[in-house]
Design a protein around this ligand. Structure first.
Ligand code: SF4
Length: 291
């Protein structure tokens, strides 16, 4: 059995940028450091940052004066950021610039009188953040869900950055038949698009796919859904501990894809375990660098 790792597996540019910002702050500041929500959606990485003394809070009111607050990749809700600044806390904004774009568009378009429609998961931190920048009515439509009636002449549609293109297209198409004016702003991140295309290709080539990443990571779950449509033998795992040899019975080629928030050392661990299952060299042991 051979193992093929997707070329786009692992940290995207935005996650790498936020992680670098956090590491710099954690190593150089003398003040306590906390992140507003988990810095990225990967429990293994968050656990490591905790070992380094970096805490996680859900609200700025939990933070003591003198603490440095790092905003996670997915951004924060506007009132929390306003509260942090009002309290004079030092804020390091780790929001990915590709998440800042839908936030800015939500603010601008709602200010221009558009009813906002956001295609995404209403419980996801990024979507909550984008909604908070709106200055008027807003409807969040889950991918695949029914689109409720909206009483507005003009609507603006924005996507969660990790949205699947077909889901965005469906909502824009349906609304175009219902409203006088529909403004579609494609805020799907190009990295997400590229990763999904890569995963599709990989799934078509292999006998089984392992998608590595946080179970709380939207983009990882989407990758697993995409791969499963093409290759039913698709498994979503967070670490190598979850792998089961019986999943790969009779396989000659296994593909590994990973979400944008999955550290390299976690992917290496999975690839190494797969290699060992295949009777490959023991030297495939994962190399785990310090974060
Ligand atoms: S997937 Fe795109 S939007 Fe999300 S953090 Fe990465 S670069 Fe930013």
């Amino acid at each position: 059995m051979q193992v093929k790792v997707a070329k786009t597996a692992g940290f995207c540019w935005g996650v790498r940028r936020t992680v670098d910002q956090l590491m710099e702050v954690a190593h150089e500041r003398q003040t306590p450091v906390v992140t507003l929500g988990p810095i990225i959606h990967n429990p293994q990485f968050v656990s490591r940052t905790r070992q380094m003394g970096v805490g996680t809070v859900e609200r700025v009111s939990e933070v003591e004066v003198g603490t440095t607050v790092v905003v996670r990749t997915h951004g924060a809700v506007k009132p929390e950021l306003d509260a942090a600044r009002e309290r004079g806390l030092e804020v390091v904004d780790g929001t990915c610039p590709y998440v800042k774009y839908p936030q800015a568009m939500a603010q601008r378009l709602s200010h221009q009188g558009y009813h906002l429609v956001i295609v995404g998961d209403p419980n996801h931190a990024e979507v909550k953040g984008v909604v908070s920048y709106g200055e008027g009515p807003c409807t969040v439509v889950r991918p695949g869900a029914e689109i409720p009636p909206i009483d507005a002449k003009k609507v603006a549609v924005i996507a969660q950055t990790t949205c699947i293109g077909a889901d965005f297209e469906r909502v824009v198409g349906a609304l175009a038949l219902r409203h006088k004016e529909v403004r579609a702003v494609n805020t799907i991140c190009a990295d997400t698009d590229e990763r999904q295309t890569d995963a599709r290709q990989l799934a078509a080539e292999v006998d089984a796919v392992v998608v590595v990443g946080g179970k709380n990571s939207a983009n990882t779950r989407h990758l697993a859904e995409i791969c499963k449509e093409i290759q039913p033998r698709t498994w979503h795992v967070e670490t190598e501990e979850e792998l089961r040899p019986e999943w790969f019975a009779g396989c000659t080629l296994v593909g590994v894809s990973a979400g944008a928030s999955t550290p390299d050392w976690v992917i290496d661990g999975v690839a190494a375990r797969l290699g060992a299952m295949a009777g490959g060299p023991a030297a495939l042991d994962a190399v785990i660098p310090p974060v």
